[in-house]
Design a protein around this ligand. Sequence first.
Ligand code: NAP
Ligand code: GLV
Length: 306
Amino acid sequence: MKITFCCTDTKAEPWLQGLAAALPGADVSMWQPGAPQADYAVVWAPPQQFMDEQAGVKALFNIGAGVDALLQLRLPPDALVVRLDDAGMAVQMAEYVCHAVIRHFREFDGYEADTKAGRWGYRKPRLRSDFPIGVMGLGVLGERVARALAQFEFPINGWSRSPKAIDGVRAFAGAEQFHSFLAASRVLVNLLPLTPETANVMNQDTLGRLLPGGYVINVARGAHLVDGDLLALLASGHVAGATLDVFRTEPLPADHAFWGHPRIILTPHTSARTLREESIAQIVGKIGALARGEPIAGIVNAGRGY
Ligand code: NAP
Ligand code: GLV
């Protein structure tokens, strides 16, 4: 069995060694132009030339959850596209989002300023019931995040394409319930995939429908958010602050208005990192299942975009 590896911005050697160790007898190698046809591919944002040359692969294993970059390419029509299915990302996402929500709710930014100023000052406790949280996207990551937030007894709203039943989550589904979902939420967490339907989903109109003093947490993709609209709503006070992990251009350009904004916290696309060992174990398990003709989780529906 031949496995080809083509992942931009990824140190290849540990992946090649890990895959070879987990698949004894397989020929695992880094893709080069003109390389022989492989059976399976492990990819992250490969060039179009890779797709054109490796048109006979049975499956493309994406080493991330989001497949938006991959689906922009012309893909081999018969290859399965398989995304990472948690592989250690869900718990990271849950801790990141819970941290962002609690930091805002408990006003730790204010206490940090007080510490710097040498000031001993209490803030009036806020009511959790005043901080309903809306989680957009209730898939592998969004469901885990919603469940984790529910443990802190916040009211939780969830929005997805198809209706869901999750303990502790008030479920909204489809375009027709989107405005009711927004109107019922003060904090908005984005865990949607980036598709033609979801691009620019956080804009002046939609963020303007949140309860006043809203808070925005974007951990999915930068192109979900209209940057200027968020800045305008921060300026008007309708949105109180934001924690942003993803951006339209990454790294975020040095002159972008998000840098240094007093009510924006930035992290460099790190809320849920791909963990190599877990990911290799998952991919190898799926290659085995495919070889035995068994079903696997995480097959992407290219028409739907995720
Ligand atoms: P997923 O399992 O595919 O879940 C996607 C969810 O979004 C599903 O609940 C789906 O609804 C919902 N959805 C899709 N299109 C929708 C629409 N038009 N309207 C309403 N709901 C819609 O994805 P995931 O694994 O949770 O990952 C979500 C995204 O997180 C990824 O695509 C990626 O962009 C991002 N991500 C970011 C990082 C980071 O470090 N920042 C790390 C990993 C992933 P249904 O359930 O009804 O299908
Ligand atoms: C990271 O952003 C991913 O999609 O896994």
